[in-house]
Design a binder for this molecule. Structure first.
Ligand code: CDP
Length: 223
């Protein structure tokens, strides 16, 4: 049944603007929104507690049993609001390490697919169009140059009152891209049928318009 519920998959590397674009598209269409990266960040954050080293099997169990919920724009882990802690670069870096473990990815699959509810879903991540929702009605792969992405991430962090350093952000992004692309399980790669969008010279609103235009075109073709 859920296969009939429309999905728009928006994938791409760190700080390519996926999150902003996906949220706006979801809001305009009245669709649900899945920030799949937040799930990997939650696993990373939960694994910091207690400071002990976890085996891959323990991390997979932790991912499967994660006591987390999305409450509007807040993210709650074990009754604690962890929204800001999740955005820390250290958490993103560790998320990309745990995300390379196939058993962790498998543990999060059902949780991600459960976001597919009427009237539709906009899903943001790395493997939304390739692995999690391969039947998505529209797949977008959003990129931008590493320099532009580092500048955007810098601005985001500063606006949130967090510490940021541009050269180290650029290094981190490039390292994370390499790890996300090189892993054997669900690597960061565009689906063969994805619309490729380079947002280096486009504002978020322009990308939103482009995605909505593409979605409407597809809907008209179906009707
Ligand atoms: O915000 P940013 O794009 O930097 O990161 P994110 O989307 O919050 O994702 C954090 C990390 O989780 C990424 O570096 C990926 O390694 C991993 N991730 C993934 O493997 N698959 C997804 N669908 C989403 C995120």
């Amino acid at each position: 049944m859920s296969k009939a519920i429309p999905v728009i998959a928006i994938d791409g590397p760190s700080a390519s603007g996926k999150g902003t674009v996906a949220q706006q598209v979801a809001r305009i269409l009245g669709f649900h929104f899945l920030d799949s990266g937040a799930l990997y960040r939650l696993v990373a954050l939960a694994s910091f507690a207690g400071a002990q080293q976890h085996s891959e099997a323990e991390l997979a169990t932790l991912a499967r049993e994660l006591d987390a919920r999305f409450d509007g724009d807040r993210i709650i882990l074990e009754n604690k609001d962890v929204t800001d802690a999740l955005r820390e670069e250290s958490c993103g870096r560790h998320a990309s390490v745990v995300a390379a473990i196939p058993a962790v990815r498998a543990s999060l699959l059902a949780r991600q697919r459960a976001f597919r509810r009427e009237p539709g879903l906009v899903a943001d991540g790395r493997d939304m169009g390739t692995v999690v929702f391969p039947d998505a009605g529209l797949k977008v792969f959003l990129t931008a140059s590493a320099e532009e992405r580092a500048r955007r991430r810098y601005k985001q962090l500063i606006e949130k009152g967090m510490d940021a350093n541009l050269p180290s952000l650029l290094r981190d992004l490039e390292e994370r891209d390499r790890r996300d692309m090189a892993r054997s399980s669900a690597p960061l790669v565009a689906a063969a049928d994805a619309l490729m969008v380079d947002s280096s010279k486009l504002g978020a609103d322009q990308v939103v318009e482009l995605v909505l235009g593409e979605w409407r075109k597809k809907q008209n073709r179906v009707l």
